[in-house]
Design a protein around this ligand. Structure first.
Ligand SMILES: O=C(O)CCC(=O)C(=O)O
Length: 273
């Protein structure tokens, strides 16, 4: 199975519409791949907080339409990274106009296979953490040969989310991100840790360039279920391609069955002494 991660340069000098067309052309060029992955919030940039409201789209907005067509033109599964989604307004069952950081996954015929609203919002007391709502639902997607478990950027720091995905059948963990350069060491370390502890492939696709004054880490990475780095990008815009053998997940879990040794439902600590 061939995976292509498109590490997009997100530069605020480029209008969003031009970037959308440019990225669609890059997706079309990956017609030999089985799965193409884009980064987090690549229309605006993950740190361009002021753009979130301005560029927010309904789920089936311009990025959805452009990426659905690009997936079907290329005939690939496409994890189209994430968009600033504006939920419908009107209150009640129709929603309240809240923004979400929402990932979109398309089938090779351009159908929406899954949408995932990022669960852990980044920024502590500012940015995404205050501007966007939090998702609540784990999302897996069945592909021929493997099951994807999806997560977004800051989610990478929360191992319990990935255990939930593994319990739901995930074998390939796909993580679009807009990770900053200043914490690049964490990016590589955590991507390998999530692969090793879950005995799963990790496909983590970041952005390049600088937006809102925040240099991006790039260095998108593909890790196998043993923790070996199969491929890693440099700092700039790049298409990172790796051939992965989905059977390696079952083989690793059988040869080194640590997941079977999990002990769940431990008693809370009793304070002694
Ligand atoms: O956790 C980090 O260091 C970066 C997270 C982040 O940039 C994000 O979730 O957008």
């Amino acid at each position: 199975m061939r995976a292509s991660l498109i590490q997009i340069d997100v530069d605020e000098g480029e209008p969003v519409g031009s970037r959308r067309r440019r990225v669609a052309a890059l997706v079309r060029e990956q017609s030999g791949a089985d799965l193409v992955v884009l980064p987090e919030l690549w229309t605006t940039g993950a740190f361009a907080y002021e753009e979130f409201g301005r560029e927010a789209e309904p789920l089936e907005g311009p990025t959805f339409e452009t990426m659905a067509k690009a997936a079907s033109d290329a005939g690939v599964w496409l994890h189209a990274g994430s968009i600033p989604e504006r939920a419908p307004s009107g209150g009640g069952a129709t929603g309240d106009g809240t923004l979400y950081n929402t990932s979109l996954v398309f089938s090779p015929s351009g159908e929406l296979a899954a949408a995932y609203r990022k669960i852990h919002r980044f920024g502590f007391d500012k940015g995404e953490a205050v501007l966007m709502g939090a998702g609540r639902d784990l999302v897996t997607v069945r592909l021929p040969g493997t099951t994807l478990g999806v997560a977004t950027c800051y989610d990478l720091r929360f191992p319990e989310l990935f255990r939930g995905l593994v319990d739901a059948g995930a074998e390939t963990l796909v993580i679009p991100a807009g990770w900053p350069e200043r914490r690049r060491a964490h990016w590589t370390l955590l991507a390998q840790a999530r692969a090793v502890e879950n005995q799963a492939f990790v496909l983590a696709c970041g952005t390049a360039g600088t937006h809102a004054g925040v240099p991006q880490a790039g260095h998108s990475i593909v890790v196998d279920p043993w923790g070996e780095v199969l491929a890693q990008a440099g700092p700039g815009e790049e298409v990172l391609t790796a051939d992965i053998d989905p059977a390696k997940v079952a083989a690793t879990r059988e040869q080194f069955p640590a997941l079977k040794d999990r002990v769940l439902g431990l008693e809370p600590p009793r304070h002694q002494g």
